[in-house]
Write a protein that binds this ligand. Structure first.
Ligand code: DGI
Ligand code: FE
Ligand code: FE
Ligand code: FE
Length: 189
């Protein structure tokens, strides 16, 4: 598809080679999960390709984008610039590539923290970021196995891992991560 080729080409110029390889890993994982869980593979590809488009932006570039597009950001996002690249990538998806599917834009925007009431596509992008073939950390194999069987269970595990990690490095936890976890946990019972 033409749009996919255009985005892929632009992505090469926007991120470093490592991030590009990671992104292609997320595309592969998300297409696989989309097929498994009945989501449009094209939507998964577009969201995956664009999720980290703004990852190489400096804090200043991210803040300029926030100001220019009057994005709503809370104090934790302002303080933790890691939490801004999804929001900015969603704006780029819309403005530069004409993506207007809210589900795709939400998947891009919320890929770092997750949130309550995630769609299946949002869960797939969130999870693919953790389990793509280039990821290598203790527990990743187990998480890949769970992802194959139970999407919600895998997302909950990924949320748990993130919370433990963020607490361990003494950073503020974004409430969306917490709310997503609580919702998944309560639904399970
Ligand atoms: O962009 P990636 O590296 O592929 O992955 P990502 O967008 O999922 O995560 C980027 C970083 O954000 C990762 O090191 C974990 C961190 N993070 C996720 N949730 C929170 C968080 N950091 C803080 N401070 N608070 C959070 O709630
Ligand atoms: Fe990211
Ligand atoms: Fe992630
Ligand atoms: Fe990523």
């Amino acid at each position: 598809d033409e749009l996919i080729a255009i985005i892929q080409e632009r992505l090469k110029g926007a991120v470093n080679p490592k991030r590009y390889i990671h992104t292609m890993g997320v595309v592969k994982a998300s297409v696989y999960l989309a097929d498994k869980y009945g989501v449009n593979q094209y939507d998964a590809t577009i969201a995956a390709l664009l999720h980290d488009f703004a990852k190489g932006y400096t804090r200043q570039q991210l803040m300029d984008c926030v100001a220019k597009h009057q994005l709503s950001v809370d104090s934790i996002m302002l303080e933790t610039h890691e939490l801004l690249h999804g929001k900015v990538a969603a704006i780029i998806a819309k403005q530069e590539f004409g993506i207007d599917d809210e589900n795709i834009l939400n998947a891009i925007e919320n890929h770092t923290t997750g949130r309550e009431k995630m769609s299946t596509l949002e869960k797939i992008i969130y999870l693919s970021d953790f389990i793509e073939e280039g990821r290598n950390y203790p527990g990743v194999e187990e998480l890949r196995k769970i992802a194959d069987i139970d999407l919600d269970k895998a997302v909950l595990q990924a949320l748990d891992n993130t919370i433990v990690y963020v607490v361990s490095i003494n950073k503020p936890l974004h409430p969306n991560t917490l709310h997503a976890r609580n919702e998944m946990l309560l639904k399970k019972q």
